[in-house]
Design a protein around this ligand. Structure first.
Ligand SMILES: [Fe+2]
Length: 362
């Protein structure tokens, strides 16, 4: 058993932010109990020792195996497999692997049972056709034509195929001052209708222009503020082959959704693993991302719940029959990748393809 000794662990810097695509930092609250030692979050997060964390786990009544949320067979199946994959990660003496393994657990428990589910399926597509969409599409067109783009660098969950200069990180077209807030407010009702909650707008990102070879690794968004989200597809170059967004659901399916400009994917973003693990084949592909949280959400403290949800045995290495048969899991920042599988995600082998948007649309 790998034990998290005070001495050993005090040097480890555990990251917590669950979605590096959302770079804006939430001002985390102070130390919950003031105890210094084993388990560290980011600076400003406060410090939580492993002992205090495990106490919190017990106080909250967590168990292992956990009570899944939702209590659906397919959902459980996804996470039983994922937890076995996490158990198979061997930390050895590596600080880096230690951090990766913890962050993998943190992300998985947050999704599997810490964050509540608000809808039956977790996602849906709606068709948007209004003046705000047209305004955003004009921003995209003008931004590209006038070269008002900047490189989006340093986002570790977006990876590019190719070597050196042939790698093309995404471009960003910044919206005029106040436009993001306007978009958030304009589509807030649509998101409320989707999840049945009164929502507060957290952040609208855009416009991100992915380029040839881009992949967005499978991840969930940070649960303090990015609880309900949408991806509004604005446009792509004529040379683009279909580039599905991949999203899991509460029935245990892996869905591949092809979007047309004006399609909005609404989804429970802190719950459902999502990404674009297949490489983009085409010149560019652009969307805008809106994030909300329920009105009664504990924005300041919700991240602590994720830490308390990680079971005491998280650092143990286990490789019984069950673990041995699984594809290995790599934790990249806050994302997950299965490097032995095509496009880094085994679930793609049996995915459900949604390309006729009339099927998925409401
Ligand atoms: Fe995301």
């Amino acid at each position: 058993m790998v034990f998290l000794g005070e001495e050993l662990a005090s040097s480890f810097q555990l990251t917590h932010q669950l979605d590096t695509s959302a770079r804006a930092q939430v001002p985390f609250s102070a130390t919950p109990d003031g105890v210094q030692g084993a388990l560290r979050c980011r600076p400003r997060d406060g410090i939580l020792t492993e002992n205090a964390r495990v106490e919190g786990w017990k106080e909250r009544g967590y168990t292992w195996p956990p009570s899944y949320e939702p209590d659906e067979e397919g959902w459980k199946k996804i996470f039983e497999r994922r937890f076995h994959q996490l158990e198979r990660i061997d930390i050895g003496k590596s600080e880096d692997m230690y951090n990766r393994k913890y962050n993998g657990w943190l992300s998985a428990v947050t999704s599997a049972f810490v964050v509540p589910a608000f809808t039956d399926k977790g996602w849906e597509i709606r068709r948007v056709s209004d003046e705000v969409l047209e305004g955003l599409r004009k921003e995209l067109k003008d931004g590209l034509e006038e070269g008002r783009t900047r490189l989006e660098l340093g986002n570790e969950i977006i990876v590019e195929e190719g070597e050196g200069e042939s790698q093309l990180p995404p471009l960003f077209i910044d919206l005029p001052e106040g436009k993001g807030e306007e978009v958030l407010e304009h589509y807030r009702g649509l998101h409320e209708d989707f999840c049945g909650q009164k929502l507060v707008g957290a952040k609208c990102y855009g416009l991100r222009v992915y380029r040839n070879g881009s992949r967005l690794l499978m991840h969930t968004d940070k649960p303090n503020t990015h609880v309900i989200a949408s991806i509004l597809h604005l446009g792509h170059d004529d040379d683009c082959e279909g580039w599905p967004i991949v999203i899991e659901d509460y029935e245990g399916n892996v869905n591949e959704v092809m979007m047309e400009p004006g399609d909005m994917l609404l989804y429970e973003s802190a719950k459902l693993y999502h990404g674009r693990p297949r490489p983009l084949k085409g010149s560019w592909y652009c969307s805008i991302f809106s994030h909300y949280y329920p009105e009664d959400w504990d924005v300041e403290n919700f991240h602590w719940e994720s830490h308390y949800g990680v079971p005491p045995h998280w650092a143990d290495f286990k490789q019984g029959e069950e673990e041995r048969e699984l594809a290995s899991l790599e934790v990249v920042g806050t994302a997950l990748n299965e490097p032995e599988c095509e496009a880094g995600w085994e679930g793609l082998k049996e995915s459900i393809l949604w390309e006729n948007r009339d099927i998925a649309c409401r």
